[in-house]
Design a protein around this ligand. Sequence first.
Ligand code: SF4
Length: 301
Amino acid sequence: MERCCRRYLKVTEVCGQSWCELQVLYGFEYPLVLKAEKERAEVKAGASIHLAREREVHDVVQVCVVTREDRQAVKFLNLLGMISALQTGCCVRELPAIGMLEGVFMVGVIDELRYSDKGELVLNELKTRRHKSLPSEAQAKGHRLQVGLYKLLFDGMVRGSLSRDQVVEHLELRLERALGPGVLEHARNLGFRVAAFGDVLDLLLVNLKYCELPCIDLLRLEYCHQGSGDIVGSQDVPFDEDQLRAQLRHYLSFWFGQREPRGVDIEDAWKCRMCSYAEHCEWRRGSSQGSVTVHTDKKLK
Ligand code: SF4
């Protein structure tokens, strides 16, 4: 984490490790390649489907932000609004989830939380697909990890385990930083009287502690076709906390510097065909594993 100048990790970064750990590291080392990746047509199409769905349940307002504290305060104000919405049984989308997991501060955004007819709190993660088919096991593995980690973060938040120090230390924010006029006005419109970033954080922590929201009961993955918007299928994901935490500890041991990053196994060498870093990849070139290149080429033919 020190080498990549990180004080926290995104859930999606850890999930990316289940596809290829080295690819995640290259994302830090070649940021322009990563930027180009994010601008691919399919990625943009997926983002616009998510935005359209978010707009079905949330009003979108423009808020002028100046500092990092302003930006984070807006996220926390959104989260406060979502806590109230969940308390009244409404559906929320794009809910920020943060907290400490296995010694690392993690951040993520939950696609959707809603109550089922039976009153269970259901997390629904939307994945867009270029083709009208369900994902391969290699992709689905990362998706299952993602929703499991979101549940751990959300459950931790509503159990009141998030602390002021964790947020300030890991997101490197200043409690006393005065909020900009745009954020102050936004907070006033929502009915909150705040002046500095620390006020918003305290408001959030108290509300989380006393919100009495339930933990997530059910994890679901929903796959939707990018072109038509048709639902391709959905899958319920089993939750085994011990297994999930063990998997997470394995991925985090790389971030703690306890082991070197791994590229893909020989049987997964097909992933390298669609990797933007293939040209630079030491693992693929075989400097780490002598036989990878030979097997990759065989498979590509
Ligand atoms: Fe991983 Fe293959 Fe890409 Fe290398 S080329 S980063 S091993 S997917």
